[in-house]
Design a binder for this molecule. Structure first.
Ligand code: GLN
Length: 452
């Protein structure tokens, strides 16, 4: 049914870069056979999944939305994909994304943008717009996303879906094509909080292949999502993320969701996180610094695109690398590599990268203080509903400002979720963000379920 739906609507939505019909059907058939043979199968066996194209899949193309990886077929599965396959979950295919997960609209994909199923003239958010749109358009019940500064939560917000970023280290990064390794985190894109919890549980857990993977039991997210109980909980409104610069309809839906939590027995407090004012600036130094290092491996020697420089008879390795990177990377990726290389260069390192790391510590301290008076923190996920394709493409600063509310959680490694909070005055979905302390992911699922 999902493959039929993809065939019917993906020409308009363009959520997928690659659809995997025969393998998906074979995996589904295997589950049927196991079931009829009386073998025990996982609770989610047979539930199909779409996977963001930044996650490696053995035998299936993986491009990270970039021309530099066009045609690359990974020789191994990401650890989270291994878990999905082990659970008998058919992989429908790979979803579109901003190149190397850099962007907030999926317009930076080298393979053309994804369209928001609510209004095809509008962006589906980014970088994981393909995963969110696939779920919103009923092309997949579940999709894998990755979130470095909001790429699971902001697309969820503007497509009326649920997006959850676990605590950093909660789901293995092994086999994720790295954007900024200290911030990257995979997680579920779904249509309900309980779906997200069930899906989270399949992918989560310690992995020796990732040195930052948490070696502790998975938080009881499914229990919390089933209970959906907020009685006696303290909900903290972050004063720095409350109001200013938000579209009126976004603010109105946010206030209503907070009122609903009060009605359900929660207590609302206001907390102040003054360093959040510098979060965007710190992120746009830490992230590009890590990007410039992580993307150095795309050198045309090991894999991916190789371009001969024009008019050179016997080009040097360096000339081939330069020509390949020039042809293979898009403008946004180049912008960040240049910015990161500059921030890390000798003489500027302390002033930029060092300073940003200090701000990062201050943000973590703001969170720690806020969680002394609140169990979870809440804000609108994104300042506006889905904007028009092309509207912010030429203005990087306007694009970056989409992430004001989502970035602090990445800088501090905390779990965050976005869930639908109704429609704004323009008839488009609004997202409600819930943040919890590290390893307490179950709290955001509990609060999220109370709102559904
Ligand atoms: N929109 C943010 C950026 O462009 C976040 C990206 C992400 O989470 N991968 O960096």
């Amino acid at each position: 049914a999902h493959l039929d739906r993809i065939a019917a609507v993906d020409g308009d939505v363009h959520a997928f870069l690659h659809v995997n019909t025969s393998e998906a059907l074979a995996a589904a058939k295997q589950v049927d056979e196991d079931r009829s043979a009386g073998k025990p199968v996982h609770a989610l066996a047979g539930v199909p999944v779409a996977v963001k194209d930044v996650v490696t899949t053995k035998g299936q193309p993986t491009t990270a939305g970039s021309k530099i990886l066009e045609g690359w077929v990974p020789p191994y599965d990401a650890s989270l994909v291994t878990r999905l396959r082990a659970a008998g979950m058919p992989l429908l295919g790979k979803t579109n994304m901003d190149e190397f997960a850099m962007g907030s609209s999926t317009e930076h994909s080298a393979y053309g943008p994804t369209h928001n199923p609510w209004d095809l003239e509008r962006i589906p958010g980014g970088s994981g717009g393909g995963s969110a749109a696939a779920v919103a358009a009923f092309e997949a019940p579940l999709a894998v996303g990755t979130d470095t500064g909001g790429s699971i939560r902001q697309p969820a917000s503007v497509t009326g879906t649920v997006g959850s970023k676990p605590t950093y280290g909660g789901i293995s990064r092994y086999g994720l094509i790295a954007m900024a390794s200290s911030l990257d985190q995979a997680g579920p894109c779904t249509r309900s909080v309980l779906d997200a919890a069930l899906f989270h549980e399949v992918m989560a857990g310690h992995d020796p292949m990732d040195s930052t993977s948490i070696d502790a039991p998975v938080p009881p997210v499914v229990d919390a999502a089933r209970r959906g109980d907020v009685k006696g909980m303290k909900i903290g409104i972050i004063s720095q993320l409350d109001g200013e610069g938000y579209q009126p309809g976004v603010k109105a839906r946010f206030d209503e969701a907070v009122a609903a939590l009060t009605d359900a027995g929660a207590e609302v407090v206001t907390v102040s996180c003054p360093s959040f004012e510098q979060a965007l600036a710190a992120y746009y130094l830490v992230m590009p610094s890590e990007v410039s290092s992580n993307l150095a491996k795309f050198d045309a020697m090991r894999y991916g695109l190789r371009v001969a420089p024009e008019g050179v008879d016997a080009p040097s390795a360096e000339q081939v690398m330069a020509a390949s990177r020039e042809a293979g990377f898009g403008n946004e990726v180049k912008r960040r590599i240049i910015l990161g290389t500059y921030a890390l260069s000798s003489g500027y390192y302390d002033a930029y990268y060092g300073q940003a790391q200090k701000v990062r510590t201050l943000i973590a301290r703001d969170f720690a203080r806020a969680f002394e008076s609140a169990d979870v923190l809440v804000s609108p996920t994104s300042p506006t509903t889905a904007f028009k394709l092309g509207e912010k493409l030429e203005d990087p600063m306007a694009m970056y400002l989409n992430d004001v509310a989502t970035i602090p959680a990445n800088l501090a490694g905390l779990p965050g979720m976005s869930l639908p909070a109704g429609l704004s005055d323009d008839g488009l979905p609004v997202g409600f963000q819930i943040l919890a302390p590290a390893t307490k992911d179950e709290r955001m699922y509990g609060v999220g379920a109370a709102l559904e």
